[in-house]
Design a protein around this ligand. Structure first.
Ligand code: ATP
Length: 905
């Protein structure tokens, strides 16, 4: 139904779509429309069907080489070799397929979680529904930070600006106008009375009527999927890919050397070609990339279980190496359960217990103190919160809105000033929305009838004015804009003495951890035109202060202590006053010894000064979103890896800049979620530390199996390369190499990745991703373990060969396989002796090791397998030697590990 909706008025649109603008669709009608139009989602073009995932397994260069090798073996008549190579190809493909399919499923589950909510008007009520249930005809409310969930025609726009770059490529926000009626030929980018799926409200408020959903939207027409969760490669994966490529070339070189040495040593060309190919196959860790991918995806799923939705997979890995967490105070460290606790006006202060429905004679106080009354009225009217049930006979009011605002509406209602009734007499006709930079919000109400009846309760405060301007916000933002103060029904000049008293009263509240809002008013005879609106916030009459308390979250204190142990700096960043910040910081255990740094101080610092400051300070107050960006830059230029939380539109740049951007799932705007790598479903700081712990556990396990696979490969290459130098014939036959590759690469590595998190995870310092494996230390580690296996297996093989034993090759192979199992067992922990771990914690690994040992025994003792793999039965004594060498490798690996090679810092 692609019509020129932009050339219709809002009413015409509503008529076409058969919807009542006051009521919205009924639930039944919405249900019917959902059935006929389908859900509001763009079909996921990124999902691959299973057969394609399976086919994809054969696209790698390595697999193709393997298939070529099998074909070659077949042409020279080595049917068994060809069969085993093909079996290997198939096995690896099945393993790869299972891993990828699981990773893909995990991603789909994450995507499903990431579906947004939309605020709609249905059946006369305002409610929130999952955005995929929107239908044409639905009326959707928009506010700053919302992602626009469908295409539609605007009904109302108040200073509405929309960022449409996802659709039009234009990065500057576009100003919208619900009243415009446009030419049918107007281009998409110029349709100012329309909004589109995939764009975001960066300023203002509004509402629209949905005209298209899902694939019928402009975004759907471009068939571009809105990526809610992406699977881009992590830094570690990129490094591993590079390593695999390097190994492939390196091994090709080694294979040629082995080939030439073998031929020079008198082996047949045929055998040597097969050996070279098998060696290449064995040396390249082909399962590594798939193993890493599945470990990350499964890790992301576990984090979801703990309340952290991973939007970009690299975050899983990056979490393990985070060194600084910069978190908002409100909602992250506190509960965001705001309660008005104190009302403070000239010469009177009232402490409230608003947690209880009967708020202790508040109504009586109002009668005695007009300024208290005005303070409550001002707080409720200059407010976007909605009182949902004004008629509740027990006063158990429900308020929808931002928690600070909701607290004010509730307090007024408890004092008998219902926002709904106030608005009926004094409707809002203009506003300057709150923004975190100005820290002020202003609304204009009226006009008041001139016939003397007046607007009820407020009439007596209006003193003949027809319009009432109400401003609320931070005290230091509001006070300079006020000239008078309201004292017991009179207006007096706001002199220096009054200003000082107000500041003292403010500080006393803030020191108790309260967020303090000042409220002021102004009466106007006429309304200034639109352009002169900014001047409204001047010449105010100060009414009073409202102290709002928001308790710290109980779990945060422990989480912050855990951060300290883990060497992670927990930093509080808040828009609130320094005194409020200090109190809450102390309550949750953040160090305030270095003082509280204010936003204005940050703004005045040079980058070098700021770098010095962030080394010490951990609490920043009155921080504007731009300051957040500078703080991150300061931390990053000190070489620290930073996680930053955010919720507002203005936080998006900081969320993008941080090493990990974390958006609030409940209170956060869609814009912030879009910019973040992680969304916290419960907004809780403790969830961040839980995710860090999980990230470290995952990173730990990645390191374990990467080290395992690579050191095993090193030993395999080394054995085959060095044997000719000892004068030995070919130490391992092609089939034996392939066999070893088959049994040691897959299952034990996968099982190592399942090792449960170690207890001391959060007692170690963070480490930088990739450094351990790709730095010098990692190289030494793999060489040391590889050398240990090589020495033992080659040494024993050499001794048997010298002694003329027919079983020398079988012995060498068995020692290699057993030793590799010993390495797997020793790598279960990176820092602790394996015996301390207990044997029960990773049954998968024990199973994989036992299965591998049994399979090895099978090819050594079962006659048909003996023929196929050209093995010879070993004596019990031989087995004991192989077992003893495995024990030696185990102890040696433990020793290397405990010497600190697997740890950092
Ligand atoms: P935190 O970082 O702790 O989450 P914040 O940065 O979200 O806090 P803001 O919401 O920006 O803090 O509030 C900063 C200041 O702006 C508050 O201390 C208060 O003085 C003022 N303020 C907050 N909300 C409103 C509002 N709805 N109307 C007017 N002023 C407000």
């Amino acid at each position: 139904m692609n019509q020129a909706w932009h050339s219709l008025t809002a009413e015409e649109t509503a008529t076409r779509l058969d919807v009542d603008l006051r009521q919205g669709l009924s639930e039944t009608e919405a249900g019917n429309r959902l059935a006929s139009f389908g859900p509001n989602e763009i079909p996921a073009t990124g999902m691959r069907p299973p057969w394609r995932i399976f086919a994809g397994q054969f696209s790698g260069m390595l697999v193709q080489i393997l298939i070529a090798a099998a074909a070659f073996a077949l042409t020279i008549g080595e049917i068994l070799e060809a069969g085993v190579i093909l079996a290997l190809v198939l096995l690896n493909s099945v393993l790869g397929f299972l891993q990828e399919a699981r990773a893909e499923r995990a991603l789909v589950a994450l995507r499903r979680m990431a579906i947004g909510q939309a605020t709609v008007q249905r059946g006369g009520r305002i409610c929130e529904i999952p955005a995929d249930r929107l239908v044409p005809g639905d009326i959707v409310l928009l506010q700053t930070g919302d992602g626009i969930p469908a295409d539609g025609r605007l009904l109302e726009s108040i200073d509405l600006s929309v960022q449409e770059s996802a659709l039009t490529g234009e990065s500057a926000p576009v100003r919208k106008d619900a009243d415009a009626v446009l030419e049918p030929a107007t281009a998409l980018a110029d349709r100012t009375n329309r909004v589109h799926l995939g764009t975001q409200v960066v300023y203002g408020r509004g509402s629209f009527i949905v005209t298209e959903t899902g694939a019928s939207t402009a975004l759907g027409a471009t068939a571009r999927l809105l990526e809610s969760v992406t699977a881009e490669p992590t830094p570690l994966q990129k490094q591993l890919d590079g390593l695999a490529r390097m190994l492939a070339y390196g091994v090709a070189g080694v294979a040629v050397v082995v080939l030439l040495l073998g031929i020079a040593g008198g082996e047949s060309f045929r055998t040597m070609i097969l050996t070279a190919v098998s060696l290449a196959v064995a040396a390249v860790p082909e399962s590594l990339t798939a193993l890493v991918a599945i470990t990350l995806a499964v890790g992301a799923q576990k984090m979801l279980g703990q309340g952290a939705l991973i939007r970009r997979l690299p975050a899983v890995e990056a979490l393990g190496s985070i060194e600084v967490i910069c978190a908002d105070k409100t909602g992250t460290m506190t509960e965001n359960r705001m309660t008005v606790s104190v009302l403070d006006v000239a010469e009177h202060r009232l402490e409230l217990k608003l947690a209880e429905p009967d708020s202790g004679g508040l109504a009586a106080e109002i009668a005695g103190h007009p300024a208290i009354d005005l303070l409550l009225i001002g707080g409720a009217l200059c407010n976007d919160g909605l009182l949902e049930n004004p008629e509740d006979p027990h006063g158990a009011y429900r308020v929808r809105g931002e928690p600070t605002e909701a607290a004010l509406v509730l307090a007024a209602a408890r004092g008998g000033r219902l926002k709904t009734a106030l608005e009926a007499t004094l409707p809002r006709i203009a506003e300057i929305p709150f923004d975190a930079g100005r820290r002020l919000m202003t609304t204009v109400h009226g006009p008041v009838a001139t016939d003397g009846v007046g607007p009820g309760v407020v009439g007596r405060y209006l003193d003949g004015g027809r319009y009432l301007v109400l401003t609320k916000g931070a005290v230091e933002a509001l006070l300079p804009r006020a000239d008078t103060i309201w004292v017991d029904g009179d207006e007096r000049v706001l002199d220096a003495a009054w200003r000082e008293r107000i500041t003292r009263a403010h500080d006393a509240l803030a020191e108790k951890g309260m967020r303090v809002l000042a409220v002021g008013m102004r009466r106007l005879a006429t309304l200034p035109d639109k352009d002169a609106r900014a001047a409204l916030e001047n010449g105010l009459s100060f009414i009073g202060l409202i102290g709002i308390y928001d308790p710290p979250r109980p779990a945060v204190t422990h989480a912050i202590a855990e951060c300290r142990q883990a060497g992670i700096k927990a930093v509080m960043i808040t828009g609130d006053h320094p005194l409020t910040a200090r109190h809450i910081a102390e309550e949750v255990g953040i160090d305030t010894a270095a003082g509280v740094i204010g936003g204005s101080e940050i703004a005045a610092m040079t980058p070098a000064e700021l770098r010095e400051t962030v080394k010490r300070a951990t609490v920043f107050a009155r921080v504007a979103p731009e300051d957040k960006l500078r703080l991150i830059e300061a931390y990053q230029s000190e070489g620290w890896s930073v996680a930053m939380t955010g919720d507002g539109v203005n936080d998006a740049p900081a969320l993008k800049k941080a090493d990990i951007g974390i958006a609030m799932g409940r209170m956060g705007t869609d814009v912030a979620k879009e910019a973040a790598q992680i969304v916290l479903l419960d907004d809780n700081f403790a969830t961040i530390t839980a995710a860090v712990r999980q990230g470290r556990a995952i990173y730990d396990n990645l390191i374990k199996f990467i080290v395992y696979l690579l050191s095993c490969n090193v030993s395999e290459i080394a054995v085959v390369t060095f044997a000719p130098f000892l004068g030995m014939p070919l130490p391992l036959l092609p089939l034996q190499i392939l066999w070893m590759n088959l049994v040691t690469d897959g299952l034990p590595a996968l099982a190592l990745g399942m090792e449960p998190a170690e207890d001391d995870l959060m007692e170690r310092p963070s480490q930088t991703a990739g450094e351990l494996i790709f730095g010098k230390q990692g190289l030494y580690l793999m060489l040391l373990v590889g050398a240990l296996i090589t020495e033992l297996s080659l040494g024993i093989g050499f001794a048997y060969w010298l002694g003329g034993s027919a079983a020398w090759q079988t012995m060498l192979l068995t020692v290699l396989v057993f030793s590799q199992m010993a390495v797997a067992l020793a790598l279960r922990s990176r820092s602790r002796p394996t015996v301390q771990l207990g044997w029960g914690s990773n049954p998968a690994l024990l199973g994989a090791v036992a299965a591998t040992v049994l399979l090895q025994l099978a090819i050594v003792y079962l006659p048909p397998l003996q023929t196929a793999f050209q093995t010879t039965a070993l004596s019990l004594g031989d087995l004991a030697v192989a077992g003893a060498s495995a024990v030696a490798v185990f102890l040696g690996t433990e020793r290397i590990k405990l010497a600190g090679f697997l740890r950092q810092g």
